[in-house]
Design a protein around this ligand. Structure first.
Ligand SMILES: [Zn+2]
Length: 84
């Protein structure tokens, strides 16, 4: 990739980042996913083969494959908050 398709900046760096996969109201978080990030606007780009791997791993876990770690995520509806 030569430049950011959001802002056109040409400084793109390779990073490892967190990726949250969501499907049918189910979530899976992947740590240390290789990504390219625009140094200007922070937009992250993932290669399609990486996204495919993430999706197939998600499906495997839905089918019973064990994961290294599970977390409990709090959920709240924003409408309950009083506007100050
Ligand atoms: Zn950018």
């Amino acid at each position: 990739m030569k430049s950011c398709s959001f802002c056109g900046n040409k400084n793109i760096k390779a990073i490892l980042t967190e990726y949250t996969f969501k499907h049918d109201g189910k979530y899976m978080i992947f740590n240390n996913v290789p990504s390219l990030q625009c140094e200007y606007c922070g937009e992250k780009y993932f290669e399609s083969n990486i996204l495919k791997q993430i999706e197939s791993e998600f499906i495997a876990v839905q089918n019973g494959k064990k994961v290294t770690k599970e977390i409990i995520v709090p959920v709240e509806d924003f409408s309950i908050f009083e506007v100050a």
